[in-house]
Design a protein around this ligand. Structure first.
Ligand code: GTP
Ligand code: MG
Length: 297
C-alpha cells in the first residue's frame, strides 16, 4: 500500500518555506528571495519516492502575516484554507533568529483552527547557528503549542532533510498517489515562468517595488529550431515605479531581462527569446477580478 498526503507549510515570511519545498522536491517549483512575502499563491511541490511507495505533496504558502490590502488578505485566507485541508502541518522557523511572537501566534492559530493536525516543526537555517545557539531554539520549538516533533534543518545545504522527509513519509496517510509520480508541481508553465521573471525583479529592486510588481506570461511559442519565445508583462502600480523598473537608459529592465532569460533557459533547457514589457496597472493589488484571474484566490 502506498502513502500520500498534503503537508501544509506554515511560518513567518522569509523563514525559508519555499527553499525547503524546492529542496525536498529536488527541482525549482517556487521562487525564493531575501524579501518577505515572496510567495503569493499556494504552490504544490510534489516529491514521489517510488521505492518507498510514498508521495509528499508540499503546499508552499505565503508567510503568515497581518493583512494590509486585498492581496495580502487573500493570501492570508488561502493559508488558513489550505492548512485546514492538509493532512499534516509543517511549521517552519528561522533558527538563526530564534522563536518569536509571530511563531507562537502561528502555532496557536493552528491548534485553535481545531482540526488538530499532526504538526512537525522544522527549525531552518541551522547552517547559520552554532550548537550553543541551536539547542535552546530546539527546546523552545518543542514547547510550541501543538508541535509534536522538531527537526533541525538547513534547506539551503540539505542538512537534516533526509530525516525530515523520512518522518513526513511515515505520517502521511495510506492511500493512492495524488498526482502522477513524474510531476514536480501543479503549476502551469505560464505561471512558473512568470514567477521566475518576478524572482529577478524581487532580487534586483528595493523598497516598495518588490511588493508592487506582478508578472504575467502572455505567450510561449517554440520555433522549429528550438528557440522558445516568451512574451511577458511586468506590471507596476504607478508611472514612477515603471520608471524605476526601466531605469536609466533602460538599464534596469535590461538587467532584469538578462537575468530572467538565463533563468528561463535553465528551466526550459533551451534558448529563450524574452519579450518583456513594463506596464502600469494601477491598484492591481486591490482589483478583486484581476486577482481572481491571476489565481490569487
Ligand atoms: N542561510 C540560509 N538561508 C536560507 C535557508 N533557507 C532559506 N534561506 C534564505 O532565506 C530567504 C527566504 O527564503 P524563502 O524560501 O523565499 O522564504 P519563504 O519562507 O518562502 O518566504 P515567503 O514566501 O516570503 O513567506 C532567502 O534569501 C533564502 O535564500 C537556509 O537553510 N540557510
Ligand atoms: Mg515563499
Amino acid at each position: 500500500m502506498t502513502r500520500a498526503g498534503f503537508i501544509g507549510l506554515a511560518g513567518r515570511p522569509n523563514v525559508g518555506k519555499s527553499t525547503l519545498v524546492n529542496a525536498i522536491v529536488g527541482s525549482r517549483v517556487a521562487i525564493v528571495s531575501m524579501r518577505p512575502q515572496t510567495t503569493r499563491r499556494a504552490i504544490r511541490g510534489i516529491h514521489t519516492d517510488l521505492e518507498a511507495g510514498r508521495q509528499l505533496v508540499l503546499v508552499d504558502l505565503p508567510g503568515v502575516q497581518r493583512p494590509r490590502d486585498v492581496l495580502t488578505e487573500r493570501m492570508q485566507k488561502r493559508v488558513e484554507r489550505e492548512l485546514a485541508d492538509s493532512d499534516l502541518a509543517l511549521i517552519v522557523i528561522n533558527g538563526e533568529e530564534g522563536i518569536g511572537p509571530g511563531d507562537r501566534f502561528i502555532a496557536r492559530a493552528l491548534v485553535e483552527a481545531g482540526s488538530r493536525l499532526p504538526t512537525i516543526c522544522a527549525v531552518n537555517k541551522v547552517d547559520r547557528t552554532g550548537p550553543n545557539e541551536l539547542v535552546p531554539v530546539l527546546a523552545e520549538a518543542a514547547e510550541l503549542d501543538g508541535v509534536d516533533e522538531v527537526f533541525p534543518i538547513s534547506a539551503r545545504d540539505g542538512e537534516g532533510l533526509e530525516a525530515l522527509v523520512e518522518r513526513l513519509g511515515e505520517l502521511v496517510p495510506e492511500g493512492p498517489y495524488l498526482y502522477p509520480p513524474e510531476d514536480h508541481s501543479d503549476q502551469s508553465s505560464e505561471l512558473l515562468l512568470a514567477e521566475l521573471i518576478r524572482e529577478q525583479v524581487l532580487n534586483r529592486t528595493r523598497e516598495e517595488i518588490p511588493h508592487s510588481v506582478e508578472v504575467s506570461v502572455k505567450d510561449i511559442t517554440e520555433r522549429e529550431d528550438g528557440l522558445i519565445t516568451v512574451v511577458a508583462e511586468i506590471w507596476a502600480e504607478t508611472e514612477s515605479q515603471k520608471g524605476i523598473l526601466i531605469g536609466k537608459g533602460g538599464a534596469k529592465v535590461e538587467e532584469i531581462g538578462a537575468g530572467a532569460r538565463r533563468s528561463l533557459e535553465a528551466e526550459l533547457g533551451a534558448k529563450v527569446h524574452l519579450d518583456l514589457k513594463i506596464r502600469v496597472r494601477s491598484h492591481w493589488r486591490r482589483d478583486e477580478d484581476l486577482l481572481d484571474r491571476l489565481g490569487i484566490e
